[in-house]
Design a protein. Structure first.
Length: 314
């Protein structure tokens, strides 16, 4: 092998290594930014009512998304003939679910919120079967059973039951996860040709405005009473968690397989539970750690069905 060929080979290997390291770092960025989202919401709603907090978060994020559409030359408008889909995305992906998440965190810890929301891929699987006629494997059914059985034990270990207001928060978070899952599946069917930036920009702006105005009318927030921590949390949610995490996720969509990338939804709850426990001053019990691990393992099985792996090997 000549010296030139050896240098070319080393250069290629270095580029491959750099690309892999970049992917790993961006994957961690998504996991950490989305894992800290839940704590950010918890801090924000300490002194900002849920509707107002949801609206402010999106109003902070909107100018930056608008800037990206200008840089990329994308339209902020959905394609002609998709007004119904645009309204659906604005309401069912941004407006209602994010209010429910903010409301839920007024009753539930940030770590538990992340665990509850990690159910979303399961609901995606169910809606994909109902609306897209995709197959559900037996191992995925087993994974769902393990996941929801573990979730029940987590709720039980945390002392939540039907008689407590905490259960309302649980229902709100699960409803948000269901709505997001439905929106993902409908988007897969109707929004393939829409760029991700277009998909987010105008719906985020309109949702932010509607939520904020609704908050002004319904909640009548005292802006003078909002703490500095809550303001910083809203800025973090708007710029880092929404925009920063989104950019990294969008970049990885072009570089990693959907199956590998989807494990973000399994990993970020781990960050959320650890960070939330640290901030809220709660120790993570062995019982919670065990059931959380089982829950995430169960949901991981739903993403990589054993039968499909066996077919590929054969």
């Amino acid at each position: 092998m000549s010296t030139l060929e050896s240098l070319d080979r080393q250069t290629t290997q270095a580029r491959v290594l750099l690309a892999r390291l970049t992917n790993v770092l961006l994957f961690l960025v998504v996991c950490v930014s989305w894992g800290t989202t839940w704590l950010g919401i918890k801090v924000a709603v300490e002194t900002v009512p849920p509707l107002t907090a949801s609206g402010l978060r999106f109003l902070i994020a909107f100018p930056l998304f608008l800037f990206f559409t200008l840089i990329r030359g994308d339209s902020i408008f959905f394609p002609r003939g998709s007004l119904g889909f645009f309204i659906f995305v604005t309401l069912c992906y941004f407006s209602v679910p994010y209010y429910l998440l903010n409301y839920g965190e007024t009753h539930v810890s940030s770590g538990l919120t992340a665990l509850l929301f990690s159910c979303m891929p399961v609901f995606i699987l169910i809606f994909s079967s109902l609306l897209l006629r995709e197959s559900i494997y037996l191992s995925q059914v087993l994974g769902i059973a393990i996941g929801f059985g573990s979730l029940f034990m987590i709720l039980r270990s945390q002392g939540l039951n039907l008689g407590h207001s905490d259960f309302i928060g649980v229902l709100a978070i699960l409803a948000a996860a269901i709505m997001h899952a439905l929106c993902y599946v409908v988007t897969k069917k109707k929004g393939k040709e829409i760029s991700v930036i277009t998909y987010n920009t105008l719906p985020i702006g309109l949702a932010g405005l509607m939520l904020f105005l609704s908050g002004l009318g319904v909640e009548q927030p005292d802006f003078g009473g909002i703490s500095a921590d809550s303001w910083w949390a809203l800025v973090y949610l708007g710029l880092c968690a929404s925009v920063g995490g989104f950019i990294a996720y969008f970049f990885l969509l072009k570089r990693l397989s959907p199956v590998i990338l989807s494990f973000v939804f399994i990993i970020f709850p781990v960050f959320a539970v650890i960070i939330g426990a640290w901030y809220e001053g709660h120790a993570i019990s062995r019982e919670l750690a065990l059931y959380s691990m089982l829950l995430l393992v169960g949901f991981a099985i739903t993403k990589v069905p054993i039968e499909k792996l066996l077919v590929k090997k054969d």
